[in-house]
Write a protein that binds this ligand. Structure first.
Ligand code: B16
Ligand code: MG
Length: 217
C-alpha cells in the first residue's frame, strides 16, 4: 500500500533552474567564458560542487580546491538573493493542489532534494507546512543517483521504501528512487525519463487515484 510521497524540489515543486542558471552564468562570465541554457540542463539535480566542476570544465578553467569553494560560495550568495525574492505564484501548476490532496488522503510527505537551500525556497513560496520531513543537500553525503536522499526521507517518515512514491524531473533522481526500491513518477517527458513507473508533464496531471494505481505494478 502506498503510504508516502517524496518530492524533488527543483523542476517538480518550483522551477529554480532559471535562478541557478543566472547565478552560474554570472560566475562563468566573470571567469571569462559563457555557457548555454542547453548546457544548463545537465546541471539539473546535480549538486553545487559537481555543477561547478562541470562548468569549469566547459570553460577549460582549472581552479584549486580553495578557489572552487570560494567560487561556489559566491554563486550561492547571488542565488540566495534571487530565491529570497520568490513568491507563492512561482509554485509549479498543480503542486500545491496535489500536496493538499495527498495530505487529505492521509499520506505522509517528504522533500528529497539536492539543494542546500530547500527550506528557504519552501518557506518563501509558503509550502513548508505541507511537508512532514525535509531531507536535502545538508543531510546527505552521496548525490543522486545514489538513493541516500530518498531512503533518509522514507526513514524520517517511518515508512518502508516500497510504500513510497518519488516525484522526480531528473534522470539521476529516477535512478535513485529505483535503487531505493521505490515507485517513481517522472515529471517531464517519457522519452527522457525512461525507467519511471509513470510520467506526467506536471503535478497538475497527477491525482490520488493515479498514485494508488501504482500499487499494482
Ligand atoms: P544548491 P533538486 C538541485 O535541486 C538543482 O536541480 C541543481 O541544479 C542544484 O545544483 C542542486 O539542487 C543544489 O542546489 O546549490 O541550492 O544546494 O532538483 O535536487 O531539488
Ligand atoms: Mg529536480
Amino acid at each position: 500500500m502506498i503510504k508516502a510521497c517524496i518530492f524533488d524540489l527543483d523542476g517538480v515543486i518550483v522551477d529554480t533552474a532559471l535562478y541557478h542558471y543566472q547565478a552560474w552564468k554570472r560566475l562563468a562570465n566573470e571567469l571569462g567564458f559563457d555557457f548555454t541554457e542547453h548546457q544548463n540542463e545537465q546541471l539539473k539535480g546535480v549538486s553545487r560542487v559537481r555543477s561547478l566542476e562541470l562548468i569549469l570544465g566547459w570553460g577549460g578553467v582549472t581552479k584549486t580546491q580553495t578557489e572552487q569553494t570560494e567560487l561556489a560560495t559566491r554563486k550561492n550568495q547571488w542565488y540566495v538573493e534571487m530565491i529570497n525574492r520568490m513568491q507563492p505564484s512561482e509554485i509549479l501548476p498543480g503542486a500545491k493542489e496535489f500536496l493538499q490532496a495527498a495530505k487529505a488522503a492521509g499520506l505522509k510527505t517528504a522533500l528529497g532534494s539536492a539543494s542546500k537551500n530547500s527550506s528557504t525556497i519552501l518557506e518563501r513560496v509558503g509550502l513548508l507546512p505541507f511537508f512532514d520531513a525535509i531531507v536535502d543537500g545538508n543531510h546527505v553525503a552521496a548525490s543522486k543517483p545514489d538513493p541516500e536522499v530518498f531512503l533518509k526521507g522514507a526513514e524520517a517518515l517511518g515508512t518502508d521504501p516500497s510504500e513510497c512514491v518519488v516525484f522526480e524531473d531528473a534522470i539521476a533522481g529516477i535512478q535513485a528512487a529505483k535503487a531505493g526500491n521505490m515507485k517513481v513518477v517522472g515529471i517531464g517527458s517519457p522519452e527522457i525519463l525512461t525507467g519511471a513507473d509513470l510520467v506526467v508533464p506536471g503535478l497538475h496531471e497527477m491525482t490520488i487515484a493515479r498514485l494508488q494505481a501504482l500499487d499494482s505494478i
